[in-house]
Design a protein around this ligand. Structure first.
Ligand SMILES: [Zn+2]
Length: 293
């Protein structure tokens, strides 16, 4: 039965609507998802994004025994931690600022950012964020983060306008994210990750700019993309920090920026356990308080 999904869609079918912008979509190609479902992919005439047909296979894709081919997980976390620790330091968020890693997965990124002194909380609907035990939230609304990170998350959203809108509704100064940009790649584009079946929406730059809307502006460093609050951009400029200039500097000389980030990391290694010990003490105190009740 599942093989019949999408089989009745003709290439010029414009009756379907884009799940992001409500524009008309056209059949772009088909792909075997999870090795057994013949799934249609549609390109939107308006936002130029690519999306699967309404996903009916997600329970299978997120089952605990589902395959995970993400061999890049550790390398990506390491690069993102080096990059984001440097970036957040340059952006000079308040020392007591709280950050949310949305879709935190194993919690490795959030934990490593805590180790570098940033108060990161993890949240993931599908994972236990175990590395960041004791510093996760059951719901994103529990905190008011100064900034949110969401790495390799957006492409999982079935209705991205609603889901990204909910993140921005919390009013963070910035939402840092990564996602593969769709630029008319073929159906052999590895980022479709059809064997895992969790990637269901692929954004064009135009689509991302439209999500940024009037309150946010789409900026990129070459490693991360950001929805940066226009109000904050203006206020920071008055305060002396030109955020757009900083992003351009990083983008234009990535080698120099990474050298800077590695130097920061070397400095951190002068006293590597400081923040770990602080959190360890908090966890022990909290556990003892619970057991004494
Ligand atoms: Zn669209």
């Amino acid at each position: 039965m599942t093989m019949a999904h999408g089989a009745d869609i003709k290439p010029d079918d414009t009756t379907r609507k884009c799940r992001l912008c409500d524009g008309n979509v056209r059949l772009y190609g088909k792909q075997a998802v999870l090795g057994r479902h013949r799934v249609s992919y549609f390109k939107c005439d308006s936002c130029l994004g690519l999306q699967t047909e309404q996903p009916f296979w997600l329970d299978e894709a997120y089952a605990s025994h589902a395959p995970n081919f993400d061999a890049g997980g550790c390398e990506r976390n390491l690069e993102l931690v080096l990059h984001c620790a440097g970036l957040l330091a340059e952006l000079k968020f308040a020392p007591n600022a709280t950050f949310l890693d949305f879709g935190a997965g194993s919690g490795l990124f959030a934990r490593m950012m805590r180790d570098r002194g940033f108060d990161f909380r993890g949240y993931d609907k599908f994972a236990d964020c175990r590395f960041n035990y004791g510093f996760n939230v059951a719901e994103p609304s529990e905190i008011e983060p100064a900034a949110i990170t969401a790495f390799e998350v957006f492409e999982h959203f079935v209705n991205p306008a609603d889901e990204i809108g909910a993140l921005l509704a919390a009013g963070p100064e910035a939402l840092f994210f990564t996602t593969g940009i769709f630029q008319d790649q073929g159906m052999d584009w590895p980022y479709l990750m059809a064997d895992e079946g969790q990637h269901v929406f692929f954004f064009s730059e135009k689509a991302l700019a439209s999500i940024a809307g009037e309150r946010y502006r789409l900026l990129g460093t070459g490693v991360v993309l950001t929805f940066f609050s226009r109000k904050a951009l203006e206020e920071r400029r008055i305060g002396g920090l030109d955020v757009e200039g900083l992003f351009a500097k990083i983008r234009n000389d990535p080698g120099r920026w990474m050298t800077h980030c590695l130097q920061r990391f070397a400095d951190h290694l002068g006293d590597p356990w400081k923040h770990v010990q602080r959190d360890f003490s908090k966890l022990i105190a909290s556990a003892r308080l619970k057991s004494s009740r």
